[in-house]
Design a protein around this ligand. Structure first.
Ligand code: UD1
Length: 419
């Protein structure tokens, strides 16, 4: 099993361009199925989750070509509507294909996506939204057997009890080519939703209000070919900023849409980091001693992102004073804590609250990555710790971070991967 070995204690210094966003690429790849022709996605990150999405598209009949960071999806022909269990399991968010498959094929057959490392991951909101648009869904024996009542989805009013990112994406995709108007209230407002709407609108869809809590979609009969650039990954940007902060470093990140990180910059500022922010770049210089921060509550966008909780927690573990986190989005998102504690962190968890007493230093240990962002938090801890850290279960990290060890080594980190 592959491992990352990190010799910590070296400040990260230098410049890095941030990769394209995983969480934007996945719904874009699903939405490409609606186009009876070619979609070209630029800046598409090279990640196992993106590979898994491409495998699903290929299985369904699409032709996929990757050249560097450009992925071309030819969905002229789609001849299947089922996704086998093993492909569904490869990627937790494969449920985002449901609306696209049903819109294109009038039917879909997929296995129930299992729970995940962040706790139970229900899909009730996805199913409610798609049912509301006319999808008949039979659930049983771990399978979702779906059929459209008519030749197209039919526009409707959908009100989410929670602004689920994936469910909002599924409904947008399904409604884009539906008959009539769909209105989503309490929609997710994440930048990935805005990017999906922009992509679909570029293909000829009529989606209004993405990025706000009410989205209106006037269904159109067909979508046309387009080229689109995947937005930069805001969580990867936060991760590298945290790595620089925790190691006493100084970095300039380019390819960052900084207005998407308005909820994170004040936290780095409170820690004492010096920040210089332009529209598309951010420079961070760590202070001599990090300071604790005011309570951080994770929230749907534009609140503090749950995906940034673990990386930021590592930095607070090294700050003087007490910091507190309240995880409001996922039930079970503190699995990294026990691994950070192995490295000398002083963190206590009770329900959705984590209290972090900063320590002077972390020390190298052998730890296991527990989930994608928790794994990134351990990488940051390893870079900051004194001594050598080895991190196993890298498949979590590889789902979302492109060439993480090369990027960090480029900033001076002593990190390498061993088979
Ligand atoms: C997406 C992101 C993930 C991020 C999350 C929240 C992708 C591929 N992943 O995940 O990185 O952490 O947004 O910003 O974009 N829920 C339900 N029923 C549903 C759907 C969700 O109860 O049908 C609950 C979930 O259990 C969770 C909360 O809603 O507690 C948020 O989930 P959601 O916004 O749907 O996250 P994802 O789209 O899965």
């Amino acid at each position: 099993m592959e491992k990352l070995t990190i010799i910590g204690g070296v400040p990260l210094i230098g410049e890095l361009a941030v990769q394209g966003a995983k969480n934007s690429s996945l719904p874009l790849l699903a939405a490409a199925m609606l186009v009876k022709g070619k979609t070209v996605l630029h800046n598409c990150p090279d990640l196992t989750d993106v590979d898994a999405a491409c495998k699903i598209l290929s299985y369904l009949g699409c032709r996929i070509r990757r050249e560097g960071s450009t992925v071309e999806i030819d969905a002229s022909r789609v001849d299947r509507y089922d996704v086998p269990d093993d492909l569904m399991r490869e990627m937790r968010s494969s449920i985002v294909f449901l609306g696209a498959i049903a819109a294109r094929m009038n039917a879909a057959q997929i296995s129930f996506p299992g729970g995940c490392e962040l706790g139970p991951r229900p899909i009730d909101l996805h199913l409610m939204g798609l049912r509301q648009l006319g999808l008949r869904i039979k659930e049983g024996y771990g399978l979702l057997d779906c059929e459209l009542r008519s030749k197209r989805f039919v526009g409707s009013r959908i009100s989410f009890s929670f602004p689920s990112v994936g469910a909002t994406e599924n409904v947008i995709i399904a409604a884009a080519t539906a008959l009539g108007r769909t209105v989503i209230t309490n929609a997710a407002q994440e930048p990935e939703i805005v990017a999906l709407a922009e992509f679909l609108n570029q293909c000829g869809a009529k989606i209004y209000g993405a990025g706000e809590s009410t989205i209106v979609i006037e269904g159109v009969p067909v979508l046309s070919e387009t080229e689109f650039r995947v937005i930069p990954d805001r969580i990867v940007a936060v991760t590298y900023l945290c790595a620089a902060a925790a190691t006493g470093g100084e970095v300039l990140l380019t390819d960052v849409l900084t207005d998407q990180l308005d909820s994170v910059f004040p936290v780095l500022d409170q820690m004492g980091c010096k920040l210089r922010i332009t529209d598309r770049s951010v420079y961070l210089k760590a202070p001599l001693r990090l300071k604790a921060v005011k309570p951080i509550r994770t929230m749907p966008y534009p609140g503090f992102p749950t995906d940034a909780q673990a990386p930021v927690m590592t930095v607070t573990a090294l700050a003087s004073g007490t910091s507190m986190f309240v995880e409001n989005v996922f039930e079970n998102r503190y699995k990294h804590v026990s691994e950070l504690v192995r490295m000398g962190a002083n963190i206590k968890v009770e329900g959705k609250v984590a209290v972090v007493e900063g320590v002077n230093s972390l020390y190298g240990a052998s730890v296991e990555s527990t989930d994608l962002r928790g794994g990134a938090a351990l990488v940051i801890a390893g870079l900051a710790a004194s001594g050598t850290t080895t991190i196993s279960n890298l498949y979590h990290i590889d789902r979302g971070y492109e060439r993480i060890e090369q990027n960090l080594a480029g900033l001076g980190g002593r990190i390498h991967r061993e088979a």
